[in-house]
Design a protein. Structure first.
Lengths: 325, 429
């Protein structure tokens, strides 16, 4: 029997944040609005709101991460929660303890939320369906499946610059096949009703049946970003060269690297995004990464507000916003 | 010892019988069928099969007993008890035990143990290569003399040259090779059909071509070597077409499907339901229809369970690292009967795919009710509705995506050599 989407509770409210697939447009907009209300917190002298005071949040990262881990930690601290980081590489799972045994132990320490990153698709769903009912799970990236908070902060950034979603053409360039970020962005963009979502890459980096997600496929960079309002570049992992997906970084940059001359095909006011970390000279040149159209660093700071919004909403304080200070 | 099975609808496809008849059993063998008992017959035991179907015991082409080597997932006792409950009287165990079935000693261990328990007849496939290591051929003649009914390398890839030599050697030993058609390089770390679900869930995919390329290679080698081969559990419509075409061209090949590939598709994975993690993967609706058509048109001649009981922990992991396989022997008959209910097969054809046809593939003379043969018989109530639940499953493995399904048709009696090895609670009172 098909399992229900477990991230919503019986009243349709967010219980976990596992994927953007299946969320209503209004819910995504609510998250973005809540994030908006949190942006002011960073500017205050006391960068804290007491929304999650007394709550314990565990960052459970089975994969390395700098940006995501740090911004989740900052977001939790600005919400006044206690944050615990479990370094899983050195912890018990590497000594043969099962994932479930480890969760049981953390539950026994009365935690309220797990922020999970894991190398396998479906790991966050698995954890959410097996934790004690009072625990919320936030997916901070599972395999190739989803990275919902990254996509939300991207939407937040797009909205800040472009206002409305409906008229936009968005091109996502790079390793679509292995990218959880791309999948979550596609769900977000199609739910928010943008005019057109494109994916741009050689066939060897485009998954079979990707058109069923509602995107248009391009194999040429300039064609793919022509008249686009937003160009999202994805990170290229070095492993792809071993898996015969690509011959070399050099050739990739020649064909798909974003340089100012190619960027000219997009709309003059187009913005350039990247989830980081950037491989300069592979996905894009420094002129573009540091250029006037780049909003890459803004994405990082927006990440904190968006993650504050998601954390506070799943822990049930969405209505209060940041106004209680 | 005499037994009378009275007034049941006897369905014996091998002898083209489908009629209300009595079955007379003497000393573990079928003495006669019809309305007149053999001379001097005096029933010590009577089973009233009014309203029930009486058919040959089911022959399951592929069921793992997990013994030796994986007793935390099941053993010969638990799994042959599950077989008896399922109406299965003969099952074939593939060689991926630990130790691998590549010596007569392992075969003897399994068969003696199964005989001592006496719940089902167990036949085995020998390993095609020693240790399933795909390097050196196993001693096929010795395995055959010890009783193996065929050889297989199961899911372990074999390079083209070794496969060619193995086919030549098996052909000389007059052994059927059972082939798991899968191009290992293409399926690599995949865990779901490469298509609309794998792209959505970000699951590494197993493309349809992983199966069709392997089928194409083996068909070429069969043409070259003349080896008799059986394709285990095909999963794609295109592979079925290729096999049908090759059969038409006269190649000595047969094929089967699993019951679950006839009822589930990639969509059933839903949000990472690890009970649907199987190899080959569940494919598309079109593939499922293709498998059903292959069954109806005869290019696929048998349905098997591909029974793989697991311990609970095996499925308690994120989808890609959960262990593939379904504890399936007890859903084999009820699922096959669904094909009858939905008009895909006649009852007689459905029973044929579970009895004498798989028996023929294994080179066995079982799966039929001629007089003089062992009285391996399954009796089931074709109209009884029941819900498939964990509590109902006799197998050690409770891992099934069919939990919660409503089935029609339930086994009431299973006879092995004329002895009752299973009787349902309702009929026992």
């Amino acid at each position: 029997m098909i399992q229900e989407n477990i991230q919503l509770d019986q009243h349709g409210r967010l219980k976990h944040m596992l994927t953007l697939e299946g969320l209503k447009r209004q819910m995504i907009i609510d998250i973005l609005d809540t994030a908006e209300s949190f942006t002011s917190v960073a500017g205050q002298t006391v960068k804290k709101v007491p929304l999650l005071r007394g709550k314990t949040i565990v960052n459970l990262f089975f994969e390395d991460s700098t940006r995501t881990l740090t911004t989740f930690e900052l977001a939790a601290k600005r919400l006044s929660a206690d944050v615990l980081k479990v370094n899983v590489r050195t912890s018990a799972t590497s000594k043969g303890e099962s994932l479930l045994d480890m969760l049981r132990n953390l539950e026994a320490m009365h935690c309220d939320m797990f922020v999970v990153r894991h190398a396998e698709s479906g790991a966050a769903h698995f954890i959410a369906s097996h934790v004690a009912p009072h625990i919320c799970v936030i997916n901070a990236g599972d395999g190739r499946h989803a990275h919902p908070t990254q996509a939300l902060l991207d939407m937040f950034t797009i909205r800040k610059h472009k206002g409305e979603f409906a008229p936009l053409t968005v091109a996502i360039v790079g390793d679509i096949m292995h990218s959880r970020v791309a999948r979550s962005q596609i769900h977000a963009l199609t739910t928010l009703g943008v005019n057109e979502v494109r994916v741009v890459a050689p066939k060897s980096l485009i998954p079979t049946a990707v058109n069923t997600l509602g995107v248009h496929v391009y194999h040429d960079l300039e064609e793919g970003i022509r008249d686009a309002d937003v160009v999202i570049m994805l990170r290229l992992q070095n492993e792809r060269m071993q898996g015969a997906s690509l011959p070399s970084e050099h050739e990739y940059f020649q064909r798909y690297g974003l340089i100012p001359e190619k960027m000219a095909a997009a709309k003059p006011d187009a913005i350039v995004m990247h989830p980081g970390p950037i491989n300069r000279g592979v996905e894009m040149s420094s002129e573009v990464a540091d250029g006037p159209q780049s909003v890459i660093l803004e994405q990082v700071s927006n990440g904190i507000a968006v993650r504050m919004a998601v954390m506070s909403m799943v822990l049930g304080h969405s209505s209060q916003g940041a106004t209680s200070q | 010892m005499t037994l009378l099975i009275k007034n049941g609808r006897v369905v014996d496809p091998a002898n083209e019988i489908d009629a209300i008849q009595d079955v007379y059993v003497v000393d573990g063998k079928i003495a006669a069928m019809g309305s007149s008992p053999p001379a001097g017959f005096n029933a010590r035991q009577v089973i009233d099969a009014t309203g029930q179907v009486v058919c040959p015991g089911i022959v399951d082409l592929c069921a793992r007993l997990r013994e030796p080597g994986y007793e935390h997932k099941g053993n010969i006792k638990t799994e042959t008890s599950a077989a008896a409950r399922a109406g299965v009287t003969t099952l074939c165990c593939p060689p991926d035990t630990n130790p691998v079935i590549d010596t007569p000693a392992v075969i003897e261990h399994i068969q003696q143990h199964a005989q001592a328990i006496g719940k089902a007849k167990v036949v085995v496939l020998g390993a095609l290569t020693q240790g399933l290591q795909s390097q050196q051929l196993s001693e096929m003649h010795a395995l055959k003399n010890a009783g193996c009914v065929g050889v297989s390398n199961v899911s372990q890839a074999v390079n083209t040259n070794i496969m060619r030599r193995a086919m030549e050697y098996a052909a000389s030993a007059n052994l059927t090779i059972f082939i798991d058609a899968n191009d290992a390089a293409l399926s690599a770390d995949g865990c779901a059909h490469e298509g609309i679900v794998s792209v959505r869930l970000g699951l590494p995919g197993i493309p349809e071509t992983a199966e069709t390329i392997a089928v194409a290679r083996e068909l070429q080698l069969i043409q070259l070597t003349g080896a008799r081969c059986h394709f285990y559990h095909l999963s794609s419509a295109r592979a079925v077409q290729m096999v049908a075409r090759a059969q038409y061209d006269g190649l000595p090949i047969t094929a089967n499907v699993t019951a679950h590939h006839l009822f589930l598709t990639e969509m059933d994975i839903g949000y990472f339901n690890s009970q649907c993690n199987v190899r080959p993967p569940l494919r598309t609706q079109r593939d499922m229809e293709g498998l059903r058509n292959g069954l109806r048109q005869g290019s696929i001649s048998a349905i098997c369970s591909d029974h793989q009981p697991h311990d609970i922990d095996a499925k308690l992991a994120p989808f890609p690292s959960s262990e593939p396989g379904i504890s399936a022997i007890e859903s084999l008959l009820p699922l096959t009967l669904r094909l009858v209910d939905s008009g895909y097969l006649t009852l007689s054809d459905a029973i044929a795919t579970l009895t004498h046809k798989p028996a023929t593939i294994l080179g066995l003379e079982t799966g039929r009710l001629d007089s003089g043969r062992a009285a391996d018989i399954c009796i089931f109530d074709p109209d009884e509705y029941w819900e498939y639940s964990e509590q109902q499953i006799v197998s050690f493995g409770k891992n099934s995506p069919f939990i919660g399904w409503e089935f029609k048709g339930v086994v009431t009696h299973t006879l092995l050599d004329g002895k009752l090895v299973y009787q349902s609670k309702q009929t026992a009172n």
